[in-house]
Design a binder for this molecule. Structure first.
Ligand SMILES: [Fe+2]
Length: 284
């Protein structure tokens, strides 16, 4: 991986994020079961037309921030299992502090029993101070595919899916040169933590769908009031679909929290993706 020069603003954000993670972890460790608006989840159904993948299904999760394993994580694993996915994709912010690693990998191991799991990293994974090599070693040990500016290809009966994971775009770590060229019967899926990856794509980049998180859907929403909190790197994209057909981006509200274990009017989200036949879609 190429070392990249990061602007001072990114380094300042990383320093502040790193400095805040530990005291917040210690504070909320005193009341590990305390949390508001975190216990449930919505399941969003997303459908995309691409005949070579028709009948395939995937689950997209994001922003676990999993420093303590809670009963709700068992419920999430069970809900994902009931969806019977072929693949599970997780777009970063897996944890906040190194102490979360065994909890986070317990969760990932549960998901791995359901289907192959593909992950990429977010800003809080970097703020945690866990070296990338350590993430990679643990992912390898748990048979989880960690993609950091890398691509992997899976053959299906009628084509293939290219799963590309970039490092966090909000910290200017994404390197899109790992995207493969367009190919017939290939669906290129891009996993990126922050939605501003859409602003970094150029015309020659071939992407069919981008999955992101990072926004937490604003985390606290007051009806009738514009979202008060959105981290840098969202570009105003709070949740749902953005971009154009053929280059669509989906922003998942995520499952966890930042700064306060509180989500208000912003339920955690599991996204279930289904691919359908293009002809069947036209006839509907
Ligand atoms: Fe996050």
């Amino acid at each position: 991986m190429k070392p990249r020069q990061r602007p001072w603003a990114d380094r300042a954000r990383a320093f502040i994020g790193h400095s805040l993670s530990k005291p917040l972890y210690r504070l909320f460790s005193l009341v590990p079961h305390w949390g508001i608006g975190l216990s449930g989840h919505d399941i969003s159904q997303l459908t995309y037309a691409h005949s070579p993948l028709a009948g395939k299904r995937a689950v997209h999760l994001s922003d676990l921030h999993l420093d303590h394993y809670q009963p709700r994580h068992d419920r999430i694993v069970a809900a994902v299992g009931e969806l019977r996915p072929d693949w599970i994709f997780i777009t970063g912010d897996l944890l906040n502090v190194p102490e979360g690693l065994p909890h986070m990998f317990r969760f990932l191991a549960g998901l791995r029993e359901v289907a192959p799991v593909f992950i990429t990293l977010g800003n809080h994974d970097h703020y945690s101070g866990v070296p990338i090599d350590h993430y990679a070693e643990l992912a390898d040990r748990h048979k989880i595919t960690l993609l950091i500016n890398q691509a992997t290809f899976i053959q299906t009966d009628d084509g293939e899916i290219a799963i590309v994971g970039v490092d966090d775009p909000s910290l200017h770590r994404a390197d899109l040169s790992c995207l493969p060229p367009r190919a017939e019967n290939r669906f290129t899926l891009l996993l990126a933590h922050a939605p501003n990856i859409l602003d970094q794509l150029q015309d020659h980049h071939a992407v069919d769908l981008i999955l992101c998180g990072h926004s937490h859907g604003g985390q606290c929403r007051i009806p009738g009031v514009p979202t008060v909190w959105l981290p840098p790197g969202c570009g105003g994209r709070i949740d749902g679909h953005h971009g154009e057909p053929g280059r669509r981006l989906y922003v998942n509200r995520g499952l966890g929290w930042s700064f306060l274990p509180l989500r208000w009017n912003c339920t955690p989200e599991i996204a279930c993706i289904e691919w359908v036949d293009e002809q069947a879609e036209l006839e509907d």
